[in-house]
Design a protein around this ligand. Structure first.
Ligand code: GLV
Ligand code: MN
Ligand code: MN
Length: 432
């Protein structure tokens, strides 16, 4: 790729300040949709609550007089034209769906932050050569189908029929059937792909979801790479039996087999925890047992396994070790096991030139930043496959995320949004 031209003369004082009150008002409005006990927010993809949050966003985009486009899966784009109608767009956004019992900032900060950046630009009549777009991607979270970054993967042309085979929700609804109901058949998975030529860059503002920024006292993180996950459904099938009459040595207990595997995953990932080996983290986040009653030996256990690393090699090694161990456990216990891959993705490096631009802007504004990888997955990891992509992190209090206690200081949300706006303006006006 061509290098970016030398930075245009920049006059920070001439750039407007985003409206933090309005930003927080809209973030809180979205945060109230799907709120339950103790402030827990649940907006699973394609649920009524998630659809409602998308409606509110459309309303806010209309108020901001953006040109709205909604694609076949429901990704929402709001566009502010630039001075050059042929120029590719600078896109920024994230997602509004959440995990079960999550917080109010994972996702919405990136969507409402981008909206705030663009409406500030519009109100202040700042001209940009490239058009600016805010995007809300559908289904970034994997909590429902085990399949993450659904909307951005479709936009990037990164969903393949094999990925859908094992993506099923807890009620047995297949993701492939949901897509079909929206007119997206396996043959049409590439029909939503956005032409890379229509894009100049993608930005995502996001809470860090980890403890590092807070621990080192920095308010901004600039992201180098994203640790993409590998995900599996592992199913042990033994035999459901009476808990009172079946002698211990005659049982085929699928849950005890799972317990052994869960411990193995923890121990193995701990061995990979020094950075030098390519840190790997592994989680069994969901476990379904059948028949699931107090007086029966569990005959079937299904585990959801998520393994991540910024090292593709270490991640693949751990995945192989887990598969082998599952087979060994099953053999020893004379039960059966199936290891179903939901999706295996490679870690994604982000764009170095965009990182340099965000660094320059931080330096000019004397904002202290940390250069860091992302342990969490993001829509940016799909968008990076079709356009230069960058991420700006802001601190998460005590590093807590995917939890109702998730919290970020509004001043940090404001600062991240201001940086996002200034970066978008610069990139929209410069040559690549
Ligand atoms: C998204 O939040 C993820 O699971 O990394
Ligand atoms: Mn998340
Ligand atoms: Mn997120």
């Amino acid at each position: 790729m061509k290098r970016m031209s030398p930075a245009a003369p920049h006059r920070p004082s001439t750039l407007p300040i985003i409206n933090q009150r309005r930003l927080m008002r809209d973030l809180n409005a979205i945060g109230r949709i799907g709120i339950g006990n103790r402030g827990a927010v649940t907006r699973l993809v394609f649920s009524v609550k998630e659809l409602r949050s998308r409606q509110v966003l459309i309303h806010l985009m209309r108020q901001a007089e953006l040109k709205i486009h909604i694609d076949g899966i429901g990704n929402i784009f709001g566009r502010l034209d630039g001075s050059d109608p042929k120029a590719p767009a600078v896109l920024a956004g994230s997602h509004l769906d959440t995990v079960i019992h999550g917080g109010k900032y994972d996702g919405p900060v990136g969507v409402i932050g981008a909206l705030e950046a663009i409406r500030t630009i519009r109100e202040n009549r700042i001209a940009t050569r490239s058009p600016l777009e805010v995007v809300c991607f559908v289904g970034e979270e994997s909590s429902r189908f085990g399949f993450s970054t659904l909307g951005s993967s479709l936009v990037a042309g990164e969903v393949h029929p094999r990925d859908l085979a094992n993506a099923v929700d807890a009620q047995g609804t297949k993701l492939a059937d949901v897509l079909l109901s929206l007119g997206i058949s396996p043959k049409r998975l590439r029909g939503l792909t956005r032409n890379p030529k229509s894009l100049k860059a993608y930005f995502e503002l996001h809470i860090e979801q980890g403890p590092i920024l807070e621990a080192i006292g920095k308010r901004i993180g600039l992201v180098t790479a994203i640790a993409a996950p590998s995900r599996f459904r592992i199913i042990f099938t033994g035999q459901a039996d009476h808990s009172g009459t079946t002698p211990m040595e005659m049982r085929k207990d699928a849950l005890v087999a799972s317990a052994q595997l869960i411990e193995f995953i923890e121990k193995t990932c701990r061995k990979f925890s020094p950075m030098a080996k390519g840190r790997v983290v592994g989680t069994v986040g969901a476990l379904k047992i059948e028949p699931g009653v107090i007086n029966a030996v569990p005959g079937r256990a299904e585990l959801s396994v998520d393994i991540r690393s910024t090292s593709a090699q270490s991640k693949a090694r751990v995945s192989r070790m887990v598969t082998k161990q599952a087979q060994q456990i099953a053999r020893k216990r004379a039960i059966s096991v199936e290891v179903l891959t939901i999706r295996e993705e490679d870690p994604v490096p982000l764009d170095k030139r965009l990182l340099r631009v965000t660094k320059e802007i931080c330096d000019e504004k004397q904002v202290v930043y940390e250069i860091m990888p992302s342990g969490a997955g993001h829509d940016a990891m799909q968008m990076a496959k079709i356009t230069p992509a960058a991420m700006i992190f802001i601190p998460s209090q005590r590093g807590i995320s995917h939890n109702p206690l998730e919290w970020t200081d509004p001043d940090d949300i404001g600062l991240g949004t201001q940086l996002l706006m200034e970066t978008m303006i610069r990139v929209a006006n410069e040559q690549f």
